[in-house]
Ligand binder design. Structure first.
Ligand SMILES: [Zn+2]
Length: 358
């Protein structure tokens, strides 16, 4: 008999004491790696990565493993990996912080692990204590310099929320501060480095639209400082919205430095000017003002031609602050399926404006 799919219950957040006791009891008070008496209830995924009110501290039974002191060090250094620990504890369900991607493998510190075993630098990678631990574990050589773009949360009034989307729990981080709202382009998130270029996920497959942006980027990439990256939207191909007057096939919106800090907007524009990159269109520049932001999009007027807008803090922010510093309004979207399948459709280029610079 076919089983009906059931929606999984969210895991239960425990107190610190309940977590320790629950994890020890499940593992019979023994280190799951070597069988010695358990000394610590180890967080399989770092507690600091759990930031939303319903997950603070990451005290979930499925996020704990009983370890002795020596094995605890191995787990912190990630030579005893998160997947291995879950297996040893017979944990079937992977609990991740809300802002990370389901289906993506991560090490303890939230660094994404690629199918070939190399790791991408996550939001805590540059943290001093994490650097020390990873260095002591001798695993820094497993990291590539590529960085996966973080998930952008929806603004609380965004129309196009889907089940797997996340909403900003609060806008207090932006209130009273200068913010920039820019046009949200319906293309493909793309990161450009001194020598590399990749779509949102660095292991993406090839597509003719990527080849065009690659060829263009190769003319200035060597001028991008080592370890920095330019992030923007590749709008070469039609996804859900067909544009007919784009100023360029790539529209930039962020510059990140070697410490994984997103540069302030004004500095971003200076770099774009220097490198010959066209920025996304600015719709609002001023102190955070919810009514003014809401007025930027009218479903009746804009639905056909625009996807929505993105709000960011005008100042600089770290990657770990991304969920609070960047938010999006997305139109009520009835054609999400088409959007997800664009790469398997025939390549249809968007139209460029007569005075486009490419
Ligand atoms: Zn042990």
């Amino acid at each position: 008999m076919a089983r009906q799919p059931t929606k999984a219950q969210p895991p239960k957040l425990l107190s610190r004491d309940e977590f320790r006791e629950g994890v020890f009891a499940r593992d019979s008070h023994q280190c799951v790696n070597c069988g010695a008496p358990a000394a610590d209830a180890h967080h399989i995924i770092e507690r600091r990565l759990f930031r939303e009110p319903h997950e603070i501290g990451g005290y979930f039974l499925e996020n704990g493993a009983s370890v002795c002191e020596p094995c605890h060090i191995l787990a912190e250094q990630t030579t005893l990996g998160a997947d291995t620990l879950r297996e040893m504890c017979s944990i079937a369900r992977i609990v991740l912080p809300a802002h990370l991607y389901e289906g993506q493998r991560y090490d303890k510190w939230g660094n994404p692990i690629q199918p070939n075993g190399t790791r991408l630098k996550g939001e805590l990678f540059h943290d001093e204590s994490v650097q020390k631990i990873l260095s002591a574990g001798g695993v820094l050589g497993q990291f590539t310099h590529l960085i996966r773009s973080p998930r952008t949360y929806h603004l609380p009034w965004s129309a196009g929320m889907h089940d797997d989307d996340r909403m900003m729990p609060t806008s207090t981080f932006l209130e009273g501060r200068r913010i920039i709202a820019t046009e949200k382009m319906d293309g493909e998130n793309t990161s450009i480095y001194t020598r590399d270029l990749h779509a949102r996920s660095p292991d993406g497959r090839g597509h003719p639209s990527r080849d065009r942006v690659k060829a263009w980027a190769s003319t200035f990439q060597h001028e991008i400082p080592e370890g920095w990256r330019i992030v923007g939207e590749n709008v070469t191909a039609v996804h859900s919205i067909a544009y007919d007057d784009l100023p360029h096939i790539f529209l930039g919106f962020q510059v990140w430095n070697e410490r994984n800090i997103c540069l302030p907007w004004d500095e971003t524009l200076e770099w774009f000017e220097l490198l010959g990159i066209t920025p996304v269109r600015v719709l609002y520049d001023g102190i955070y003002d919810e009514p003014a932001l809401r007025a930027l999009y009218d479903e009746r007027r804009d639905w056909e031609s625009r996807e929505g807008y993105v709000v960011r803090l005008a100042g600089s922010f770290a990657m770990s602050e991304y969920p609070q510093a960047v938010g999006k309004f997305v139109r009520c979207d009835h054609v999400q399926t088409a959007k997800h399948n664009w790469a398997s459709q025939p390549f249809v280029p968007n139209g460029l404006a007569a005075d486009a610079t490419i």
